[in-house]
Design a protein around this ligand. Structure first.
Ligand SMILES: C[S@@+](CC[C@H](N)C(=O)[O-])C[C@H]1O[C@@H](n2cnc3c(N)ncnc32)[C@H](O)[C@@H]1O
Length: 192
């Protein structure tokens, strides 16, 4: 069987949880590739809420969506994902089907502007609150860059303390590829 990349795995997981007309969050818009994927999957009746702290990332994501003709399916939020509960409309709380966190730095951007434990963990906790039953969160962590190892350890610790009656946790690491390979953590909120 051909090997698939972790990004492809993330997209498969998101696609498996996001129905047409569904609601999703891209917690780290970056260059907009994950936001575009969610906007395509969600169809005209769905919606994506996409966050980033960098104007450059919001701009790149807006351009990508405009080129694809999907700008109207996405609310772009130029703010940290830790402020998620302040920015999401009340009617979507508890109804989010899929959320994705692609941590680290903006590819092609300033490598010192990275996601950090102090904001990532509160954002993950807030996302758990807004998920629909059966909804999922994917988290890509990169222990290989400066600061990444500490964040990866904290995210792993946070995932392990989740109540196993309420959430399931899966982890994939591409062990063959390098010394500190990226990790994919996948959390699913159980149906009551
Ligand atoms: C690895 S990139 C995301 C890649 C993106 N998903 C894509 O498809 O191109 C990580 C992004 O997280 C953003 N970021 C850092 N801290 C953040 C925060 N507190 N809230 C939201 N975004 C943040 C960075 O600005 C950067 O653009």
């Amino acid at each position: 069987m051909p090997r698939i990349s972790l990004v492809e795995k993330v997209h498969r997981i998101l696609a498996g949880h996001l129905p047409s007309g569904g609601l999703s969050i891209d917690a780290t818009a970056g260059n907009g590739h994950d936001t575009l994927f969610l906007a395509e999957r969600t169809g005209p009746a769905g919606h994506v809420y996409s966050f980033d702290i960098q104007a450059k990332a919001i701009h790149a994501t807006r351009e990508l969506l405009q080129r694809a003709g999907l700008r109207n399916r996405v609310t772009l939020i130029h703010a940290g994902h830790e402020t998620l509960l302040e920015h999401l409309p009340g009617q979507v709380i508890g109804k989010i089907h899929a959320a994705t966190f692609n941590l680290g730095y903006l590819p092609g951007g300033d490598k010192t502007l990275i996601t950090s434990t102090a904001t990532t963990i509160p954002a993950l906790s807030a996302t758990c609150q807004v998920l629909a039953p059966g909804g999922c969160i994917t988290i890509m962590v990169y222990p290989g860059h400066p600061g990444g190892e500490r964040e990866a350890a904290a995210v792993n610790r946070w995932c392990r303390q989740l109540d196993s009656c309420l959430f399931t946790l899966h982890k994939t690491t591409l062990r063959h590829c390098r010394r500190q390979p990226p990790e994919l953590l996948f959390i699913r909120k159980k149906q009551p």
